[in-house]
Design a protein around this ligand. Structure first.
Ligand code: ASN
Ligand code: ZN
Length: 326
């Protein structure tokens, strides 16, 4: 079908036909479905369906539009994990999850739940637009991947690493999508305008730009909110991908410092994401902290590229750049 999304323009959506009715079930992606909660806050909602295979009109006032965005974000995330990381679905078993849109009234958040194997999106409120952008969808679905792999506990340092994992793959999926209207960047939630002044929810090149996230590790970082203790790991991913200092990518300017003042040479976001995914799925556990994440990613870099490689050195230097040392 065709989705007329709010954030990503006109896109192709996976749908199913039964008789003269079409519905938002993506048969090529584990039957991932998108449901309408119609402002409710419980239950599975109602599968989007209708007489034609066109979904939404690009405006938030059309109830199908959020469904089109959420369905598209889920499809991109599915494709990213399958085609880039070799993982079929959130559990790796080829089975799709489902999305619920139009959760509650003026709800300014989105969330993943293991209990329903589903993700849920609010419509936003005031300046904040519906939470259905590509990066938010990838962030939430990645919570499902993390829960089904490392199982990083959602508190303390492991909680920050859990959040960072969702931000890292949110960026990776957004770049992978190559969508002209929602281009890849190292910002999280830039389309939502949650602050009403055009700024994103989070910055990966210099997380402290949001006023609360930390750029570097310090003892005690495990006591702050996991959406802020994610900062150093997001920063590590940026440094490893693009290197320190100033850079413009897809028209967005970045300026990434290091805590030790030493430069980091980037290895590209594709290799950085491969290293993080392999560490997440083969090294990390529920209690992995920053020091253990360093050890795990170095082990993976050694396995993938060798311990004398530029990639291995870059992983080392990126950790040093966020104050996680030997
Ligand atoms: N949107 C938030 C997140 O995915 C919801 C939460 O705090 N868990 O991190
Ligand atoms: Zn999250």
């Amino acid at each position: 079908g065709t989705g007329n999304t709010q954030y990503s323009g006109s896109v192709t959506l996976g749908s199913a036909q039964s008789g003269s009715t079409y519905n938002l079930t993506d048969t090529t992606r584990g039957n991932h479905r998108t449901n309408n909660l119609n402002r409710g806050t419980s239950g599975t909602g109602t599968l989007f369906s209708g007489p034609d295979d066109v979904w939404g009109n690009g405006a938030a006032s059309n109830l199908e539009t959020a469904g089109a965005d959420a369905h598209y974000g889920a499809a991109l995330t599915w494709d990213y994990y399958k085609n880039v990381q070799g993982r079929s679905g959130i559990r790796g078993d080829g089975v799709g999850a489902y999305s619920r849109v139009h959760y509650g009234n003026n709800y300014v958040n989105a969330f993943w739940q293991d209990s329903c194997f589903c993700m849920t999106y609010g419509d936003g409120s005031g300046n904040a637009k519906p939470l259905t952008s590509i990066d938010v969808a990838a962030h939430e679905m990645t919570h499902g991947v993390t829960a089904n792999t490392a199982g990083l506990n959602y508190s303390g340092e492991s909680g920050g690493l859990n959040e960072a994992t969702s931000d890292i793959f949110a960026a990776a999926v957004e770049f992978y999508a190559g969508n002209a209207q929602d281009v890849g960047d190292y910002l999280v939630g830039e389309k939502i305008d949650i602050n009403g002044n055009g700024t994103p929810l989070r910055y990966m090149d210099k997380p402290s730009k949001d006023g609360a996230s930390k750029d570097s590790w310090y003892s005690g970082i495990g006591s702050i909110d996991v959406h802020y203790s994610s900062g150093p790991a997001n920063h590590w991913f940026y440094l490893l991908s693009e290197g320190s200092g100033t850079k413009t990518v897809n028209g967005v300017s970045y300026d990434s410092p290091t805590s030790d003042g030493l430069p980091v040479t980037g290895i590209g976001r594709e290799k950085a994401a491969l290293i993080w995914f392999k560490a997440l799925t083969t090294k990390f556990t529920s209690t992995t902290n920053y020091a253990a994440a360093r050890t795990g990613t170095l082990a993976v870099a050694g396995e993938l590229y060798g311990t004398t490689s530029a990639e291995y050195t870059a992983v080392q230097n990126a950790w040093a750049g966020i104050n996680v040392g030997a």
